[in-house]
Every structure is written in structure tokens, then in C-alpha cells.
Ligand binder design. Structure first.
Ligand code: MG
Length: 156
């Protein structure tokens, strides 16, 4: 068994789509990034790469690569899973925490779990996703952006 953790944060920008854990969320702002800004999947990719001892997302998918501009982060996740599979590693479970003052994410959690599970090739019960605010404290609390934490367990 190998454990990995990941963290990511992105800044809100107006008039772009908000995508979290592969799911389009209704909101006035999206997350600015070289990719689609899916902070949840970025944290998850980093956790998976961490468990596998394969570095980090910036190494595998650099934000200087024009081919990755605006890319769907689910593609990055699937490529990460393929990289782990090449090393004989498969995912046991995922635990994700989204840190956002707004929007309310509870209505989207079930779809997020199913979406991530589809990409990982596991059942949704192995993909836990939680959302919390920070009681208006810090950058997330002020509504400047969204952060995500991921922990994964993989097995050889
Ligand atoms: Mg990121």
C-alpha cells in the first residue's frame, strides 16, 4: 500500500466556467488556470503522483505546454491513472476536500463522485468528496478562490 496527498488552489475569474471534480457548477466565476482550472482534479493528480513516487502535476503537465491550454482536467487525471498503471499501481480509495465559501457544492457531490469514479475505474463509494467553508477566513473565505485537498491510497 502506498499513500499520497495533494493540495491545489486557484483564483476566481469572472465569466469563465467553474468545473470541480469534472462537473460543471453554476456560478458567476470560474477558476483561472492554464487548464480548465479544476482544482479538485489537480489535487487528486498530485496525490496519485505522490503515492507513486512520480513527482507532481507541474512536472507531468507543465503550464508552459500550449497543447494543455484549456484542457479538460479529466484528461490529465486519466493520463495520471495510466502512468500509475504502467508502474503496476491501482487506486484503492480517494478522499477529497473542497474548500470554498461559495457556491454551495452539496447538490453536486454525488455527480462529482460518480464522475471521478468513472475516470478511476472504481465504484463511487471509493471516492469520497467533502466540501467545507473556512467561516469567511483566508483567501477561500473571502471568495478569492477555491482550494482542494486530496488523500489517496494505491496498491501494487
Ligand atoms: Mg492547479
Amino acid at each position: 500500500m502506498l499513500i499520497g496527498q495533494g493540495f491545489d488552489a486557484h483564483r476566481f475569474a469572472p465569466d469563465i466556467p467553474l468545473v470541480l471534480a469534472g462537473v460543471r457548477i453554476e456560478h458567476s466565476h470560474g477558476l483561472a488556470a492554464h487548464s480548465d482550472g479544476d482544482v479538485a482534479l489537480h489535487a487528486l493528480c498530485d496525490a496519485l503522483l505522490g503515492a507513486a513516487g512520480l513527482g507532481d502535476i507541474g512536472h507531468h503537465f507543465p503550464d508552459t505546454d500550449p497543447a494543455l491550454r484549456g484542457i479538460d482536467s479529466r484528461i490529465l487525471l486519466r493520463r495520471t491513472i495510466e502512468a500509475l498503471a504502467e508502474h503496476g499501481l491501482s487506486v484503492i480509495n480517494v478522499d477529497l476536500t473542497l474548500i470554498a465559501q461559495a457556491p454551495k457544492l452539496a447538490p453536486y457531490i454525488a455527480t462529482m463522485r460518480q464522475t471521478v469514479a468513472d475516470d478511476l475505474g472504481c465504484i463511487p463509494q471509493r471516492v469520497n468528496i467533502k466540501a467545507t467553508t473556512t467561516e469567511q477566513m483566508g483567501f477561500a473565505g473571502r471568495g478569492e478562490g477555491i482550494a482542494a485537498l486530496a488523500v489517496v491510497l494505491v496498491s501494487e
